[in-house]
Design a protein around this ligand. Structure first.
Ligand SMILES: [Ca+2]
Length: 101
């Protein structure tokens, strides 16, 4: 049986490819696929973004090699960035509840 972390890694891969396989380039996310992924899988994060151009900005930031497609490595950097932010909230939350670290 896979561990929690192995399951998390597998889910990342599966979610990426579920959206990446929707149009022409099956191994990468186009702008439209990235939008769809974020609307479905990161809806809360997207709601917190007041800027209507947020997805375009994220796309530009993620597309490190500038080919107009987000590959898995570029996608993972988004997930890592969001996870780091979430972990800071988690720590703060825990600190508030227990009164210590
Ligand atoms: Ca790219």
């Amino acid at each position: 049986m896979p561990s929690d972390l192995e399951t998390a890694m597998e889910m990342l891969i599966l979610v990426f490819h579920r959206y990446a396989s929707k149009d022409g380039h099956p191994g990468t996310l186009s702008r439209r696929e990235l939008r769809e992924l974020m609307e479905n899988e990161l809806a809360n994060f997207l709601k917190s973004q007041k800027d209507p151009g947020a997805i375009d900005k994220i796309m530009k930031d993620l597309d490190a090699n500038g080919d107009g497609q987000v590959d898995f490595e570029e996608f993972v950097s988004l997930v890592v960035g969001l996870s780091v932010a979430c972990e800071q909230c988690y720590k703060m939350h825990k600190g508030l509840k227990t009164g210590k670290k």
